[in-house]
Design a protein around this ligand. Structure first.
Ligand code: GLA
Length: 716
């Protein structure tokens, strides 16, 4: 049984983990345990003691050994003496802070969708309702249980039966630990260098990541890992939280005065002050949690397999995703319809599946200073209609994709001239431009409607198989014309999800690739709608290895929009072999980002081979278990592998990231194969899985820079 209720103790079991909580003698919901699967609730972990400077909630009367400042809690709230980071901070109508939440009821249900928000599908769920009888507020905690992939989800719904309240802060997940010796791993970066892992020891204080930029951000990803200080890729305990949300967030670990730990994740409290009227409710988005006692690779595999199975909408389920060429680095703004058709012909010669027309096809868009918001075709530039171009491309036997940036507007656009109030800015204040554009106020339905109408006008009339949904700036100057500005950042994200939902419902076959100046909104929320996301605007193969490495901790490899680009690379000037660029881009949803018409016959032939190989290996890459073998931020070689779930087959990639003379061979230790078995590569070499794991696979160091290896193994 996944959900066991024994009196006032609630246990959530997955195949390998248990999560246990208890409504205690005072009705407070106490967290008892999360970790490797257990047979019984470990009540004795709770230590009651007079903690001097920590206060005692009113209901416990004179019991000085009971303090919420010390006890592990499921959903800590502000107002009864817990000074650590609360999950709920609420003000009543008079502006007074505080609440006091006690257990009220529970029920076991089939997990339901969250209205307006992405969330994992299916699964059983436990709902526990807490209540504050003074302000008449119910807080419903929902726990989803996904036994087969060891995932547990959490979300929170606040239902206000009393007078108006204001939510000043609400988090979705909180994990308290009564002891530990932890490291926290977060993923930080910037535009063109996203999701670089940072591992640090957790000492007293708060360590965290956040975004107040309106999107989940290039700078910090809404994902974090807490693990034992000794945990490695293949051993040790680790916990993860992943936010199924694409806007402002925070994730944090705190070590408290008693050397206990609190890990939490939720909506960011800055730019958030959300009034909830009588009989209204508010939903805090879902957090996906997982635990592994077998190290970080298994932790990631739980997330990968779980997201693929229960979260990501994929119109290509069970099929090969189209291999595409994108026009951005091939032509930037400098193209006509003929340029795109020539690119399509070259794509056909290279055996690709799809051509994507990137930025520059609409309004009067000749540079990134104008026309965002005017989603009608620049026929003059294309030398014909978009429908004709699409038809010519389809006639070649290729699919056709289109770039859009629905959430933004340029001042130099018809939309802005007509509706300047649609753009987010504070009336009377000078505002922030970024890439010379503004963000549209998607928290207003009429604004979303206006963009929806423009987009369907195109999508209804042109044969389009894919769109690349971009978002190239952050929100500043938080304000909304028709509501309290404290609601704007959250309602904005709901507006984005609403438009995505409407498009998906209208065009169920449409493949949408997310993008945000590359990887600035790479999160589990977007993945619900867009099964692949452009990983980064940095297409340099060697930099990409590091971005792929960091991203792999949280997200399935199938979600990485990954392209082979030209050399010298446009972001770094680095020159890498085509074979290496191909190998690296294959770990993802594959494509090309270069002018194929300029390639030699030899290069085209090599691309045809890559395409053939990728088609052959895509099922293994997209559905196999992913193992990180080295750390490209430290090691000379970046190696990782995909092992089929039945361990019959494996595909290993290894690429030199640095070169030093005198190293004769790299030994890459291969994990995940079946112990005691022999494996054979495509050239007939036979390897013992035990030796591969304990000593490694030798890869000869040859002359040349950034050499890459790809080894396909089958069990003998
Ligand atoms: C962003 C995207 C790029 C490209 C440009 C077009 O930077 O990440 O891939 O689409 O916008 O303006």
């Amino acid at each position: 049984m996944a959900i066991i209720i024994d009196g006032n103790t609630f246990t959530l079991n997955t195949n390998n983990t248990s999560y246990i909580m208890q409504a205690d003698q005072y009705g407070y919901l106490i967290h008892l345990y999360y970790g490797e699967k257990v047979q019984s609730a470990p009540y004795n972990l709770i230590v009651y003691a007079d903690r001097a400077a920590s206060g005692n909630p009113y209901d416990v009367k004179l019991d000085r050994t009971y303090s919420l400042d010390a006890l592990p809690q499921e959903f800590p709230f502000d107002g009864m003496g817990d000074y650590r980071h609360p999950s709920l901070r609420v003000r009543d109508e008079e502006g007074n802070y505080g609440c006091d939440l006690h257990y009220k009821s529970h029920r076991v249900i089939k997990k339901e969708p969250l209205k307006g928000l992405p969330a994992m599908r299916g699964g059983d769920a436990l709902e526990i309702t807490l209540t504050d009888d003074q302000i008449d507020l119910d807080v419903i905690l929902t726990y989803g249980v996904y036994e087969d992939v060891d995932l547990i989800t959490r979300s929170v719904k606040v239902v206000n039966h009393g007078k108006k309240i204001t939510l000043e802060e609400i988090s979705s997940a909180n994990l308290d630990f009564v002891t530990g010796n932890f490291d926290v791993i977060t993923f930080a970066g910037r535009h063109a260098n996203e999701r670089q892992p940072i591992r640090q020891y957790v000492d007293h204080g708060r360590y965290g990541v956040y975004s107040t930029r309106g999107a989940s951000s290039h700078q910090y990803n809404p994902f974090m890992i807490l693990c034992d200080h000794e945990t490695t890729e293949y051993s040790g305990q680790a916990y993860a939280m992943s936010f199924v949300y694409s806007g402002n967030f925070y994730g944090e670990v705190e070590k408290d005065q008693f050397d206990q730990f609190r890990m939490s994740m939720g909506l960011h409290y800055e730019y958030f002050s959300y009034p909830v009227e009588h009989d209204e409710s508010f939903v805090a988005p879902e957090v996906i949690m997982t635990y592994s006692h077998e190290g970080l690779s298994v932790l990631s595999q739980n997330l990968h397999q779980g997201m693929k199975k229960y979260l990501i909408r994929d119109p290509y389920q069970g099929k090969i995703r189209p291999i595409l060429v994108n026009s951005w680095e091939a032509a930037y703004f400098d193209f006509t319809g003929e340029t795109i058709l020539n690119l399509a012909k070259a794509a056909k010669e290279c055996d690709l599946d799809m051509v994507v027309l990137d930025d520059g096809w609409f309004g009067k868009r000749e540079s990134d200073n104008m026309s965002l918001g005017d989603w009608y075709v620049n026929e003059e530039k294309l030398g014909g209609s978009l429908a004709d171009l699409s038809k010519s491309i389809h006639d070649l036997g290729l699919k056709f994709g289109l770039w859009v940036e629905p959430e933004c507007v340029n001042e130099d656009s018809d939309l802005y001239r007509k509706h300047p109030d649609y753009a987010i800015k504070v009336p009377g204040r000078r505002f922030v431009r970024s890439r010379n554009q503004l963000v549209l106020d998607f928290s207003r339905k009429e604004v979303v409607d206006a963009i929806y109408e423009q987009l369907i006008e195109i999508l209804d009339h042109v044969d389009i198989d894919y769109i690349k949904w971009d978002f190239n700036r952050c929100i500043a100057n938080v304000y909304s014309d028709d509501k309290d500005s404290g609601k704007m950042t959250y309602d904005y994200v709901l507006g984005v999800y609403d438009l995505l939902t409407r498009l998906i419902e209208r065009y169920p076959e449409l493949l949408i690739e997310g993008c945000c100046g590359g990887g600035g909104r790479f999160d589990a929320g977007m993945l619900y709608y867009t099964p692949q996301i452009w990983l980064s605007d940095n297409t340099d193969a060697i930099d990409r290895e590091r971005i792929q490495y960091g991203s792999s901790f949280a997200y399935p490899i199938s979600t990485f929009g990954s392209h082979v680009s030209a050399v010298p690379n446009h972001q770094t000037g680095r020159v890498t072999p085509l074979n290496t660029r191909g190998n690296i881009a294959m770990s993802g949803s594959f494509g090309y980002e270069l002018d194929l018409t300029k390639l030699s016959d030899e290069e085209k032939a090599e691309i045809r081979e890559q395409v053939k190989d990728y088609r052959k290996y895509q099922p293994l890459i997209h559905h196999g278990l992913y193992y990180r073998y080295t750390n490209p931020l430290k090691d000379m070689i970046d190696a990782y592998g995909f092992v089929s779930e039945d361990k019959e087959e494996a595909l290993i990639f290894a690429t030199e990231t640095r070169k030093i003379a005198g190293v004769q061979a790299y030994f890459v230790r291969i994990h995940g194969l079946e112990k005691g078995c022999l494996y054979q590569d495509d050239e007939g070499h036979v390897y013992d899985a035990n030796v591969l794991e304990s000593v490694g696979m030798p890869l000869r160091n040859t002359l040349g820079e950034y050499i890459s290896f790809r080894i396909h193994l089958t069990k003998k």
